[in-house]
Ligand binder design. Structure first.
Ligand SMILES: Nc1ncnc2c1ncn2[C@@H]1O[C@H](COP(=O)(O)OP(=O)(O)OP(=O)(O)O)[C@@H](O)[C@H]1O
Ligand SMILES: [Mg+2]
Length: 613
């Protein structure tokens, strides 16, 4: 099934591609209101999978921080020894305390390193798991999704957004755990050293908390904007990539560069804007905390004079108060990171929540023994609810018959194929295969009955052999060569340096349009389906390759039901039946001769084509 493998269905010409771009950017700008709590919950479900590792990390965190908390009290003890005055100091005791202190800090650091390594592992695993999930989701999404969304924006979600999320989960969770232990521990120590001084030290805390909470409202939307802008930028780069030749042909480089500058500037500004508040928050909170330090210095001196606290006690207290305020400074950073992760996670979850291709009916049958009878009955369909494109279409193609559809651009020819392949489902009426509604069959078996040859061929990175063997799983070398011979591709393949092992695709040998087309025809021969669909299969080729490819196609349609759409009427003259489709529906029907006699639209087309020649 050529083409379907790319994920996206058949593109409906440039207008559809353009609309897709516009719709995608509109989608990313206008989004539903945020559900912060729900997103948080889902995020935590991801780390929840590692609860045993997290429990271990929690213990390590606790030990490391308790060790670090012992430090200041040992420092205080050493200072108290020194405070005995000149000549009276017991240096053995000072060294003893200092040595203990050093040991406590070294162990604490070693444990912290271990924690970081473990969390790095967790974070990478979360990223890997999320990417696997998102990719699997992409495979289950209907064609309509790919028609509506920009590839670049999706790629941005898979790479940038998932990275932001997993990094945050890996580092911030530990930060939060550490902070809790440190704040609680140092507060307890401060209370133990001097409750009065502890109350003074706490005076500045409410100011810091109020400030941080206020700032959160300012920063959160900025992080959402940042992620969105990245999506838009990636979307634009992707569009430029696929339209590069058109851009050059129309000498549009400057204007594209200008537009990119604007988008890039927006992305950079959004980044700056979000980080601006991040970087100002830390120092501000720090100053507020330093105010607390001033209070401690002044009030501590009074207490010392009143002999309510020792010198060592004051120095321990100061060290604890620094430890205590450290995490409060960090709250600013952590909230920033959490909010940027939240914004990124929302984009990832939005993708994961996209409606999937509807499931097959419960008692869906396997479509087997297909003769090739296909019919459309009173079919109505529109891509958008309020714009019907196919109105009450009736069409029957008998087994082994060759039916051609011609008609003006935008009439809905490609749309019919999208419906036959069930890339989209009809709004009303039904499509019958072997007399049964195609929705009664499993999608997989239904699609297995068709093969498509489209104007745009899809050749992927790999050898020619692999590209042809794609048509049927487990095809042998002989099968592939046989199919290539029938498709008229064998000769040019043998002319390539490595024959069937030649590497093709973006980084391999470049093939011409006709060569690619014959590879995809070989793929269809290999698949050997009862029904084939040709949509402008030769219209991108020059005359000579068109002739060659048309020969292969004629061979392909022998004995199969064939539905062909062609602009060049010469290629469909021999069809059993020709339908002229316009926006009003089928307006003429018959074989070439009867339609010519009718002197209607078909005749008109034909005459016009001849005049051109
Ligand atoms: N994915 C889509 N979403 C919304 N509208 C679409 C989509 N694809 C096609 N259309 C619209 O449906 C109509 C029929 O398109 P279709 O591609 O079937 O035309 P066509 O007959 O194949 O034309 P052409 O000869 O140019 O290939 C057009 O008006 C087109 O704009
Ligand atoms: Mg078309």
């Amino acid at each position: 099934m050529e083409g379907a493998g790319t994920g996206a269905g058949i593109k409906a010409g440039r207008s559809a591609a353009e609309r897709k771009g516009i719709m995608a950017s509109r989608d990313t700008i206008r989004r539903k209101p945020k559900d912060t709590k729900g997103t948080f919950k889902r995020l935590f479900a991801y780390i929840g999978q590692y609860k045993w590792i997290l429990a271990f990390v929690l213990v390590l965190c606790f030990v490391s921080n308790v060790l670090a908390l012992i430090g200041p009290s040992l420092a205080g003890a050493a200072i108290n020894e020194a405070a005995a005055g000149a000549g009276k100091v017991n240096f053995d005791r000072v060294y003893y305390f200092a040595g203990r202190m050093l040991l406590a800090y070294v162990f604490s650091s070693l444990i912290t390193v271990t924690i970081n390594i473990v969390m790095m592992y967790v974070s990478r695993h979360i990223a890997k798991g999320m990417r696997r999930e998102v990719f699997a989701k992409l495979m289950r999404l209907p064609v309509g999704f790919f028609d509506r969304n920009q590839a670049g924006d999706i790629i941005s979600r898979v790479s940038y957004d998932i990275d932001v999320v997993s990094t945050c989960l890996g580092t911030d969770v530990v930060q939060i755990l550490t902070s809790v232990v440190t704040v609680v521990g140092s507060f307890a120590m401060m209370m133990f050293l001097s409750p009065a001084l502890a109350v003074v030290a706490l005076l500045s805390i409410p100011a810091a908390v109020v400030y941080v909470t206020k700032m959160r409202a300012v920063t959160q939307p900025r992080f959402s904007k940042r992620s969105k802008n990245y999506g838009i930028m990636n979307g634009f780069v992707e569009e430029m990539f696929s339209g590069q030749k058109t851009i050059m042909a129309y000498a549009y480089e400057d204007r594209v560069a200008e537009k990119f500058d604007r988008i890039n500037r927006n992305a950079a500004n959004a980044y700056y804007d979000a980080d601006y508040y991040g970087v100002t928050m830390g120092p501000t909170v720090n100053s507020i905390n330093n105010l607390g330090l001033c209070f401690i210095a002044v009030f501590g001196s009074f207490l010392y004079m009143a002999e309510a606290i020792t010198l060592g006690g004051i120095s321990s207290f100061v060290l604890y108060s620094r430890k205590f305020s450290g995490p409060i400074n960090e709250i600013a950073n952590i909230t920033n990171e959490l909010y940027s992760a939240l914004a990124a996670a929302e984009r990832v979850f939005a993708l994961l929540d996209e409606p999937e291709e509807t499931a097959d009916r419960e008692a869906a049958l396997e479509l087997v023994d297909v003769k090739g009878n296909v019919a459309l009955q009173n079919v109505y369909f529109g891509y958008e609810k309020d714009r019907t494109i196919i109105h009450n279409l009736n069409l029957a193609v008998g087994a082994g018959k060759l039916v051609a559809i011609v008609g003006p651009t935008g009439a809905g020819k490609t749309t019919i194929i999208n419906l036959l392949m069930r890339f989209y489902d009809v709004d009303q009426g039904s499509i019958l295969v072997e007399g049964r509604d195609c929705r009664d069959y499993t999608r997989k078996s239904l699609r297995g009955a068709y093969a498509m040859v489209l104007q745009e061929t899809w050749v992927f990175q790999g050898t020619i052999f692999e590209n042809i063997a794609y048509g049927r799983q487990g095809a042998s070398k002989e099968d592939v060569v046989e199919a290539a011979k029938r498709a008229g591709a064998h000769e040019f393949i043998m002319g390539l340096k490595d024959g069937y092992d030649t590497y093709v695709g973006e980084r391999g040998v470049k093939l011409s349009g006709g060569q690619k087309q014959r590879i995809s025809i070989a793929r269809v021969f290999l698949k050997n389906p009862p029904i084939i669909i040709l949509d402008e299969a030769t219209s991108a080729l020059d005359n000579e390759s068109e002739f060659e490819v048309a020969k292969s196609l004629a061979k392909l349609s022998e004995g199969r039901t064939t539905l062909t759409i062609a602009h060049r009427l010469s290629t469909i003259r021999n069809s059993d039946r020709i339908l002229v489709l316009t926006e009003e529906g089928i307006v003429e029907e018959g074989n070439h001769d009867t339609l010519m006699e009718l002197k209607g639209m078909y005749y008109h087309f034909y005459e016009m084509a001849n005049e051109l020649k």
